[in-house]
Structures are given as structure tokens and as C-alpha cells.
Design a protein around this ligand. Sequence first.
Ligand SMILES: CCCCCCC[C@@H](O)CC(=O)SCCNC(=O)CCNC(=O)[C@H](O)C(C)(C)COP(=O)(O)OP(=O)(O)OC[C@H]1O[C@@H](n2cnc3c(N)ncnc32)[C@H](O)[C@@H]1OP(=O)(O)O
Length: 308
Amino acid sequence: MAERSQFDHDRVLAHKFPESTYVYTERDAAIYALGVGACGRDAIDADELKYVYHENGQQSIQVLPTFAALLSLGSMTNGIDLPGLQYDPRLLLHGQQYIELYRPFPSSASIQNKVSLAGLHDKGKAAIVEIETKSYEKESGELLCMNRSTIFLRGAGGFSNSTRPYSYSNYPNNQVTAAKIPKSQPFAVFEDLIQPSQALLYRLSGDYNPLHSDPMIAKVAGFSRPILHGLCTLGFAVRAIIKCICRGDATIVKNIFGRFLLHVYPGETLITEMWLDGLRVIYQAKVKERNRAVLSGFVGLHHLTSSL
Ligand SMILES: CCCCCCC[C@@H](O)CC(=O)SCCNC(=O)CCNC(=O)[C@H](O)C(C)(C)COP(=O)(O)OP(=O)(O)OC[C@H]1O[C@@H](n2cnc3c(N)ncnc32)[C@H](O)[C@@H]1OP(=O)(O)O
């Protein structure tokens, strides 16, 4: 545990994160799409070929909305650097991700990321850090998306007074809350196999955390073998929602929230259950083999498709 004397609330809140740049091309968007299982069951999938190939003579490939999460990764590849917060990077887990999309992504772009601290919480056994990243297209200066990434640092809690554990956040509590899963039958269910090599493919999109590829590191972190990236699981679940609820039209996705409840092993089967609640899709993803929920959240839509 970090020593209490090292924690200085004012210093932490005054901390400035460096801006980061992220440049991507169509190739990156296609590798990402394959990494989250697009066309994984059917190489000519009518809803998904457009994410990996210039189908029907289209000028550029389309970009999945969850690609937005990669933009926030750039600011964290060297770890989370907060004054007074010490943690073992091998025990880091991704806790939650919230994404707001302001317009569809171009198939290639140069992005400027502005990064800030959105939250910090002392949970005793763990510290929770929330990082907000606003991503602007360099050429137009337009804001493309906002990501809020919640990082769960096991063993790094206890840095504040235990009778009044430190908790700070700079956004409304009701903006992102764990989704309440309805008791009713889901509106739609989608089953997908996560290939045994999925994490090895997904990491090529920029998250090279060895927790997802190195058996020894995975053991140190408490897992029997390397686990799947949380954002890969999120990509699978949102792709299922785009297929089943958006009828393949990803442009109607407005925002995305997911809480990672439990790790996923590559090679497992993911079942995504979806419920419609107005313009919000509540979802839960379960691992079939262990019958355990691993991810839950919501996807907000601009409108419903006419065929629903
Ligand atoms: C783009 C940005 C990228 C960022 C870098 C990411 C790098 C990646 O390479 C890393 C990954 O992808 S890791 C893989 C994905 N994540 C996971 O597999 C984690 C799955 N979840 C768990 O194991 C547990 O929920 C666990 C361990 C997280 C929590 O379980 P418990 O220890 O049992 O916690 P619990 O006692 O239930 O709760 C303690 C307090 O913590 C809050 N909390 C719990 N789960 C949370 C979660 N997932 N996210 C945020 N907060 C969470 C609880 O609310 C509780 O607080 P309180 O007592 O105030 O209610």
C-alpha cells in the first residue's frame, strides 16, 4: 500500500497530463475491427465487411464506434503518472469505459488528445483512477469523442485517511452508473466465439500490456493464463448491439458505457444479452462456459432503426 504521507490532494488535482497525438490510417481501423471479431464468423458478413474492406466500391472503410477508445490509450501507454500514487502495474485492471461520440470517425486522421483527471477514489484494497480524454481532429480542430477510462489499481488503496477515504470526481454521479439488468427476457441475444488468439490480434491495435500475452505475467496478476483486454470484450458486445439493434448502422450510436465485472479468457464464448429502454440499449455479456457475467452497461442511440 502507498504511504499516507505521500498523498497530497492539491498536488494531485493540480497535476497536468501531457497532450498526446494519435495518428491512424484505414489499416489501423481494419486491424481493430478484426481484433474485436468483425467478420470472425463469416468473412462476407453483410453488416461487417465495410469495416475491413472497400465493399461495393465504397471510397473508404468505415470505423467501428468503439475504435474511439483506442484514442484514450495513447495517454496511458507509459502508465498512470499521478504524484504520490504508487502502484504495481502488473496488478492494474481496466474497470470501466465511458465513450461519447460527437460524429462518425473518418477512416484516417491525426488526433490531438487533451487528458485530465476525472476521478480518484481510495477503496482501501484498491485505488480507482478515472482519466478523461478529449480527442480533436487536428486538421479541422473538431472534437470527435470523449473517453472516461476507469482504472482499478489493486493493492494501491489506503493512501488516504481510512476513517474518511478520499473520493473525488469532476462529473455528475448520474452520468455513468452501473446498468441495472432487467428481469425480463432480453430483446435480443448474440453468441460469439472469442478466438484463442484474439488477444494476440487485438494487442496490435496498441495495448501491449503483457497481461494479455505473457503466461508468467498473467500468473503474477492472479490469472491461470493471459486474459482478454477489457476493451476487446467491449468491442465484441457493442458489435453485437450494432448487428442486432442498429441493424448494422453504427452511425446511430451516441454513447457507450461498460463496466468490466470479471476477466475473460480468449477461447471462451461470449453471449451478449440486450434490452431496449427507450433510446438506450442495456446489455450484459456473459461467458457461456463459466455462466458468469463479465461486462454490463448501456449503449445510447440517436434514434431507433425503422425495422425495429
Ligand atoms: C483506454 C484506457 C485503457 C486503460 C488501461 C487498461 C489496460 C488493459 O490492458 C487492462 C485490461 O484490459 S484488464 C482486463 C479487463 N478488466 C477486467 O478483466 C477486470 C474485471 N473485473 C474484476 O476483476 C473485478 O470487478 C475487480 C477486480 C475490478 C473488482 O472486484 P472486487 O475487488 O471484488 O471489488 P469489489 O469489492 O466488488 O468493489 C470494491 C469497490 O470498487 C468498485 N468497483 C468494483 N468493480 C469495479 C469496476 N469494474 N470498475 C470500477 N469500480 C469498481 C466497487 O463499486 C467498490 O466500491 P464501493 O465500495 O464504493 O461500492
